[in-house]
Design a protein around this ligand. Structure first.
Ligand code: KIV
Ligand code: ZN
Length: 517
């Protein structure tokens, strides 16, 4: 079996998803989970984008021990220097350099002739090579680049010292047949191609990112780039969990495999969803809530007789357990601790277990049975450590379909103590947010609000995500409760705390304002 290298760009291309802005602590948390998952390479960010991005890549570089940590750079010396600075301290550092090659990008974006593109790529790869053993070069928009020119660029990149040449379908335009054919053509025509690795990087604009990545593998790609849950620019990138499971389940066909620890997939997916605030659709392949759910009577009957009738992947493969241990209000600390170990939270300290147990008992008083998902939601809320400037002490909401709703919010504010405010609003959530705004006096704008149910039933836990904006800054917050109004208040307060925390952290300009060469 051929090994396929996994290049994870959740922290770079994934973070380019609209509305997503991870802070350093969140990036490190995701990177450490990616390391557990066993990805070979982690693209941690775009250091030239801002001092904050550089600092975050540096923190990831220092934390990760078992994967190559890579920074992205345009073909400019100052970008390459920023990556050098950012990956200082990495066990195994690398750089990812890109320059657009397609006629559209040459004409409208770069305003360069082919010769200038070749000259710039050659000069910048050689510059990077002075400082890095591992240099990946991407001809951006390779998918719409003339094939003979792409062969020429690839040959030049190899001669200049690139160790990986990546073929981005930047705008998600190609079909699997066309994308696979690029790899076949490069393999057959470029001198020295056997000395480097070829990489696939696909976007999902036409819903073909995973199929294209697999077509690349069939035609000789050594590495797949992608993100967890397929997040990324516009419609996103190749979902790495889909490629990994396709290779695992159909190894008979692909004759290739990753060295990922597949049992970490479910946990990694949940963490990325939580920290980015991007919910995973229920019907999403591999990691969607319904991926292993069987609804119709005929399917259920088949499953009970023999699982393989309707199940091609066992949930256990990606680390989902069908646990028999049901927790409720009579469960004790021992059963709770066993459940934590079962769910993969074995490294919690005594204080964290006690705090989680308290929350679990509160929930068990309100809910007949507490499911694995409830416990995960409680724990993950508890484990996010942002300094608490604002804490929700009490919430009272008055709703009558003939009256304007009102909410009374009591907050504990660092340095000010307990404060309380009653406000009316255009709905209960609006009333709550008006009261919090009046107390916190932070001048924020609500940029996004979403709500989902963590488990089934009318007593399910509700999870609310909000994004707050304050000038250039934005922060997301998350709140979980059996009551959606309380979850809404908690999410808002969480976002306020993160916003204050961000304001104190080094400036993080957005890359959206940057010109690309
Ligand atoms: O999609 C793309 O072209 C990219 C490049 C930076 C490789 O993400
Ligand atoms: Zn991309």
């Amino acid at each position: 079996m051929r090994k396929i290298y996994i290049f994870d760009t959740t922290l770079r291309d994934g973070e380019q998803s609209p509305g997503v802005n991870l802070n350093t602590q969140e990036k490190v948390e995701i990177a450490l989970q990616l390391e557990k998952l066993g990805v070979d390479r982690i693209e941690a960010g775009f250091p030239a984008a801002s001092p904050g991005d550089l600092a975050a890549v540096n923190a990831v570089a220092r934390a990760v021990k078992n994967a190559t940590v890579i920074g992205l750079a345009r073909s400019r010396e100052q970008d390459i220097d920023a990556v050098r600075e950012a990956v200082k301290g990495a066990q195994d550092p690398g750089i990812h350099l890109f320059l657009a090659t397609s006629p559209i990008h040459r004409k409208h974006k770069l305003r360069m002739e082919k010769e200038q593109v070749l000259e710039t790529a050659d000069r910048m790869i050689r510059y990077a090579k002075q400082y890095f053993d591992k240099v990946e070069f991407s001809p951006e928009d390779a998918g719409r680049t003339e094939l003979d020119f792409l062969c020429q660029v690839t040959e030049l990149a190899i001669k200049a010292g690139a160790t990986v040449v990546n073929i981005p379908d930047t705008v998600g335009y190609l079909t699997p047949y066309e994308y696979g054919n690029i790899f076949k053509t490069l393999k057959e025509n470029v001198p020295g191609i056997e000395t480097i690795q070829l990489s696939a990087h696909c976007h999902d604009d036409l819903g073909m990112a995973t199929a294209n990545a697999l077509a690349a593998i069939l035609n000789g790609a050594d590495q797949i780039e992608g993100t967890i849950n397929g997040i990324g620019e516009r419609a996103g990138n190749t979902a790495l969990e889909e490629v990994a499971l396709a290779l695992e389940t159909r190894s008979d066909y692909f004759q290739a495999k990753t060295t990922l620890n597949l049992k970490e997939i479910a946990k990694t997916s949940r963490l990325v969803s939580k920290l980015t605030g991007m919910p995973v659709p229920g019907n999403k392949a591999i990691v969607g809530a319904n991926a292993f759910a069987h609804e119709s009577g005929i399917h259920q009957d088949g499953m009970l007789k023999e699982k393989t009738t309707y199940e091609i992947i066992s949930p256990d493969t990606i680390g989902l357990k069908d646990s028999k241990l049901v927790l409720g209000k009579h469960s004790g600390r021992h059963a709770f601790r066993e459940k934590l170990v079962d769910l993969g939270y074995e490294s919690l300290n005594e204080e964290q277990v006690n705090a989680a147990f308290g929350k679990f008992k509160d929930l068990a008083d309100r809910k007949k049975t507490v499911s694995d998902e409830d416990i995960r939601a409680l724990l993950e809320e508890k484990l996010t450590e942002t300094p608490e400037i604002y804490a929700l002490e009490q919430l009272t909401v008055a709703f009558d379909s003939h009256e304007t709703p009102s909410a009374t919010v009591r907050l504990k504010i660092a340095d000010r103590g307990i404060v309380e405010k009653q406000s009316k609003g255009n709905g209960s959530v609006d009333a709550i947010y008006q009261a919090i705004d009046a107390l916190a006096a932070e001048a924020v704008e609500l940029d996004d609000y979403s709500i989902k149910s963590v488990t089934d039933g009318t007593d399910a836990l509700g999870e609310v995500h909000v994004v707050l904006k304050q000038g250039e800054l934005s922060a997301q917050g998350r709140g979980v409760s059996t009551d959606i109004l309380e979850a809404s208040a908690r999410a808002y307060v969480d976002a306020l705390n993160r916003l204050v925390d961000k304001r104190k952290a080094p400036a993080r300009g957005r890359r959206d304002n940057m010109t690309l060469i």
